[in-house]
Design a protein around this ligand. Structure first.
Ligand SMILES: CC(C)[C@H](C(=O)O)[C@@H](O)C(=O)O
Ligand code: SF4
Length: 756
């Protein structure tokens, strides 16, 4: 528990201080308590397997909530009888069934496919009031940053850390830097939260937030609804940040009041009093400050294959010939080739094949309303352009039901949109909703990486209103053309309150403030011995061939595409590594990508001269596939935070060198010279008597890697401190104990059918 701290603190500092269970090391590595853990089918099977193998229970089932989202097909569930028969694709089916079995075995609350609360993890947490201000919230998913909109510290983790949280309800974390992005002024009409965050990423770049927690401040965010704030915080990960957050205020409290899992009665009042202290103090120190004028932002779209590749809708596709930095120029050239775009083409002249409205960024009720408004504004008889297939995928069963009561589904369907069931859908295409090679899509999702929505598919990120405008015209379109139409008298538009859908039938029965001992959540009291054998490989010296790579922002979708995430194992992924770069999409044969060529097909080290290696998704499958290929060490000028963590969890070493050093080492690699990386001495040794290059690593992590120590076993040695923290937490923050998460199912409206 924190001692009274007098110096001004940021919102992040306050939440951090309130969650430190134990300071592990002098270097600031701390064991922090995790209040809320969201679980989905893709990143959890190996974690549950790990628990099972070690005989460990889930420490806090009452603080854990699971659902299916990535793999679920989004066609009608009218004929649904079981996951087994509903999901055709065998690997997707296996992953969903694995989660169903795991939640049963470990006693977790679960929103399955017959539960209308099912949906994308980042939609359902806030919707149910599972997400609260001041909490720490994690999920094996990079867009966990979404939940920071409530003034919480929410971030994505890899599968090893999922296992760590399931087993211990804590995580080992180093405090990040404080960064504040302030947007003040008045937004122009037609500019939405999505345009604001795309614009911000355009300004700071996809590595701009690396190592930081961003607090969004200023009049623009204060004026945003919770839905709009969530869209902003959601994409903090695309800005490279560990997390994004917005201080809670009346808009937050009004959103939460009466949500099924939010505190009630006297506990609500106590929670509220605490939540009101959650803001950055006057004079608090921010390591980085960015100020943006709201008036500078106009509807924004992406043209390339990184979320930082943005342009105003009134702009043109950039011309690489005008770029002086060679790495940047080659990455723009590469993007334009992939995207099939010619420099200087007007953004509004880009013709589309598909429009996708959905994803954890933009599939909430407000997003659907804003898209439907544009459809209506185009004209009552207007239809989706003939060259376009458009689909709307609500973020949860509850969003879907809400939208249907408001008649939004009718607006969409009448105009020719496909109206679907909840899930991640074409954001990532782990289910059947995918782009065909060469297809171009305006998408309200968050990532435009190569192959993200389907191999060879081309993605332009846009707001929901811009997506609707694009669907109606068949090309990227400035939505402001359709503004100013008076829709107030439209009989089709009625606004219902979200609370109509979170009725008493959903609410758990009121609980006493302190549960009798017999009812307490099943926190295991017998824990395995701390000397449980470690499964982590030791890292000491690695020497051998190093493969050079000259790409900026190597994202984890590029390292391992989504079709390989459907595994229940951590191994067998060597062939999946850089799959789209290594295999010709037409012939299926090996390309001349560096890892296909001798001697680099034997590489033990990867040297990347581009920055921000491993950005994007939290998939631990990325280091697993590198490891399986034989690569134990990656050298780069900078790494994305989650990827760096994930490598070390697997006995691998990320080494950060300067740009110049990376280029020098890459030149050695290009000449086929071997390298030696020595963790003990913290040196990269080069052939031909060239002087070694020194690097630094976090002392604790270095110690663990050198000795092959398992984080979970180490943390379980701190069980007394964890128990003490939990006791104080129950007294001070009674609402965090998660009473009411015991899996009370919502009665279906028509229990005989599954069509919600
Ligand atoms: C599957 C999961 C690991 C991944 C993520 O972390 O983001 C996914 O949600 C994505 O959007 O790519
Ligand atoms: S980014 Fe897409 S795939 Fe990832 S959680 Fe959000 S909706 Fe799902």
């Amino acid at each position: 528990m924190p001692s009274s701290v007098s110096k001004p603190r940021t919102l992040y500092d306050k939440i951090w201080d309130d969650h430190v269970v134990d300071i592990q090391q002098d270097d600031g590595l701390a064991l922090i308590y995790i209040d809320r853990h969201l679980v989905h089918e893709v990143t959890s099977p190996q974690a549950f397997e790990g628990l099972r193998n070690a005989g460990r229970p889930v420490r806090r089932p009452d603080c854990t909530l699971a659902t299916l989202d990535h793999n679920v097909p989004t066609h009608s569930r009218k004929n649904f009888s079981s996951v087994q028969s509903f999901i055709n694709e065998p690997d997707s089916r296996a992953q969903c069934i694995a989660l169903e079995e795991n939640v049963k075995e470990f006693g977790l609350t679960y929103f399955g496919m017959t539960d209308r609360r099912q949906g994308i993890v980042h939609i359902i947490g806030p919707e149910q009031g599972f997400t609260l201000p001041g909490i720490t919230c994690v999920c094996g998913d990079s867009h966990t940053s979404t939940h920071g909109a409530f003034g919480s510290l929410a971030f994505g983790i890899g599968t090893s850390e999922v296992e760590h949280v399931l087993a211990t309800q804590t995580l080992l974390q180093k405090k990040a830097k404080n960064m504040r992005i302030t947007v003040d002024g008045e937004l122009h009409e037609g500019v939405t939260s999505k345009d604001v965050i795309l614009y911000i990423i355009g300004v700071i770049g996809t590595a701009g937030g690396t190592g930081s927690v961003i607090e969004y401040a200023g009049s623009v965010f204060r004026g945003f609804s919770m839905e709009a704030r969530m869209s902003v915080c959601n994409m903090s990960i695309e800005a490279g940040a560990r997390a994004g957050m917005i201080a809670p205020d009346d808009i937050t409290f009004n959103y939460l009041r009466s949500r099924p899992l939010a505190p009630k009665g006297e506990i609500w009042d106590r929670a509220l009093a605490y939540w009101k202290t959650l803001n950055s103090d006057e004079g608090a120190h921010f390591d980085v400050e960015i100020n943006i004028r709201a008036e500078d932002i106009i509807p924004t779209v992406t043209w390339g294959t990184s979320p930082q590749d943005v342009a105003p809708i009134t702009g043109v596709v950039p011309d690489p010939a005008l770029i002086t930095d060679p790495v940047r120029r080659s990455s723009v050239e590469r993007s334009l080739t992939y995207m099939g775009l010619t420099p200087n083409t007007r953004m509004e002249d880009i013709v589309l094949d598909k429009v996708f409205i959905g994803s954890c960024t933009n599939s909430r009720i407000e997003d659907l309303r804003s898209a439907a408004m544009i459809v209506l504004a185009v004209g009552p008889e207007a239809r989706v352009a003939p060259n376009v297939d458009a689909m709307v995928v609500p973020g949860s069963g509850i969003v879907k039901q809400h939208a249907e009561v408001e008649g939004l589904d009718v607006i969409f369907k009448r105009a020719g949109f496909d109206w679907r069931e909840a899930g991640c859908s074409m954001c990532l295409g782990m289910n059947p909703d995918q782009l065909a090679p060469g297809e171009r899509c305006a998408s309200t999702s968050n990532r435009n990486f190569e192959g993200r929505q389907g191999a060879g598919g081309r993605t332009h990120l846009v707001s929901p209103a811009m997506a609707a405008a694009a669907a109606m015209t068949g090309r990227l379109t400035d939505v402001r053309k359709f503004l100013g139409v008076d829709l107030s008298s439209s009989a089709n538009l009625k606004v219902a309150s979200a609370f109509d859908f979170l009725t008493d039938a959903v609410l758990p029965p009121p609980k006493p403030e302190k549960r009798p001992e017999s009812e307490a959540s099943p926190i295991p009291r017998t824990l395995p011995p701390a000397e449980t054998p470690s499964g982590v490989a030791k890292f000491n010296i690695v020497s051998g061939i190093a493969a050079p790579l000259n790409i900026d922002n190597v994202d984890t979708d590029m390292i391992i595409p989504k079709q390989f995430l459907k595994t229940l194992k951590r191994s067998g992924l060597a062939n999946a590594l850089f799959y789209t770069l290594r295999k010709d999409p037409h012939t299926g044969k090996d390309t001349d990508f560096v890892l296909n060529r001798a001697p680099y097909n034997q590489a033990k080290i990867l040297v990347c001269t581009g920055k921000n290696f491993g950005c994007g998704s939290s998939r631990e499958h990325a280091p697993w596939s590198l490891n399986d290929f034989g690569i134990r060490c990656i050298i780069a000028p900078s790494f994305a935070d989650i990827f760096r963590n994930n490598t070390m969890q697997n006995g691998m070493l990320p080494v950060t060198l300067t740009d110049e050093e990376c280029r020098a080492v890459a030149e050695d690699a290009e000449r086929g010279l071997e390298l030696e990386v020595d963790l003990e001495k913290e040196q990269v040794r080069r052939a031909n008597g060239k002087p070694p290059i020194s690097f630094t690593t976090d002392p604790f992590r270095r110690h663990c890697l050198l000795n092959g120590l398992d984080d979970i076993a180490l943390t379980l040695q701190k069980v007394a401190a964890i128990e003490k923290f939990e006791q104080q937490r129950s007294e001070r923050w009674a609402w965090l104990d998660g009473f009411g998460y015991k899996g009370k199912k919502i009665p279906l409206r028509n229990p005989g059918t599954m069509d919600w």
